[in-house]
Design a protein around this ligand. Structure first.
Ligand SMILES: NC(=O)c1ccc[n+]([C@@H]2O[C@H](COP(=O)([O-])OP(=O)(O)OC[C@H]3O[C@@H](n4cnc5c(N)ncnc54)[C@H](OP(=O)(O)O)[C@@H]3O)[C@@H](O)[C@H]2O)c1
Length: 244
């Protein structure tokens, strides 16, 4: 299988690349940090059929699309790259907000604009989005991140309806907290925190078994569902008590 993974230089993307590094698979790994990608490429080459790296900034859309055009058709596209702005209740500077949306949302469409015709033509394949449980609950300190991931859910849903009849599976994964560079900077308690390996094993299984919508860990998801079922005035009280 030919497998394309964005955000492969660290965290979930890097570990997912490792888990796909077997003799049958051709890996295409994208991120900005060339050295990290090269190190991973050397590590994985003995195990995979091939490992190609693409050094690209997801926010430079024209350059990105030129590089994606060279890939051609893939069997699995894991659109994993994403950023957070840390957690602050202050007003987010516009440029930071915009950049976050460029990485977490717009880059996915920039990539898929090129890849979707291939998927449609080959009438098979998987498009995997890495959203977040944070898309289901929006805290004052994570408005940019949560809203970008909620928008990603809507985008993934639309792509699923459109491409399922063409034989393409769309898989939207909503992880809770997983150890990575992204969560390393969080100073608060992260409930149900998983190691990178544990989190990626669950993600890989969800991809292998074609889960359409996969929020995990289950207990964390159920707590969020319960919270969201409460009346708004009660949710206001709970959130305000947490933030004061
Ligand atoms: N960790 C969690 O608890 C958690 C929970 C829910 C969802 N997620 C989601 O999981 C995904 C992976 O996150 P992670 O936790 O593995 O974080 P991470 O370790 O910080 O990895 C982020 C990856 O995205 C790449 N990236 C960031 N900005 C980029 C840009 N402008 N152009 C190209 N690549 C860029 C980074 O590579 P370079 O810096 O080398 O470019 C890196 O490989 C994200 O979408 C995140 O929102 C994570």
């Amino acid at each position: 299988m030919k497998i394309f993974i964005t955000g492969a230089s660290s965290g979930i993307g890097e570990e997912l690349a490792r888990s796909y590094a077997v003799k049958e698979n051709e890996l295409i790994l994208l991120a900005r940090r060339e050295e990290k990608l090269k190190t991973l490429q050397s590590e994985l080459l003995p195990h995979a059929k091939s490992v190609e790296i693409i050094v690209a900034d997801l926010t430079l859309f024209d350059e990105l699309q030129e590089k994606i055009k060279k890939i051609g058709a893939v069997d699995i596209a894991v659109l994993n790259a994403g950023i957070s702005l840390g957690h602050s209740s202050e007003i987010t500077p516009f440029d930071d907000f915009k950049k976050l949306y460029e990485v977490n949302l717009f880059s996915n469409h920039a990539i898929l604009e090129i890849l979707l015709p291939h998927f449609k033509e080959q009438r098979s394949g998987k498009i995997v989005f890495i959203s977040s449980l944070a898309s289901l609950i929006s805290m004052p300190s994570s408005k940019a991140y949560s809203s970008s991931k909620r928008a990603l859910n809507a985008y993934a849903e639309a792509i699923r309806y459109k491409y399922k009849p063409h034989g393409v599976d769309v898989i939207n994964i909503l992880p809770g907290f997983i150890k990575s560079e992204l969560t390393y900077k969080n100073s608060f308690h992260m409930p149900f925190l998983l190691s990178t390996k544990e989190g990626v094993a669950l993600i890989k299984k969800a991809i292998d078994t074609n889960k359409k919508f996969y929020p995990f860990p289950l207990r964390f998801y159920l707590i969020i569902l319960f919270f969201n079922s409460l009346p708004q005035f009660l949710r206001d009280k709970i959130v305000n008590s947490l933030n004061n």
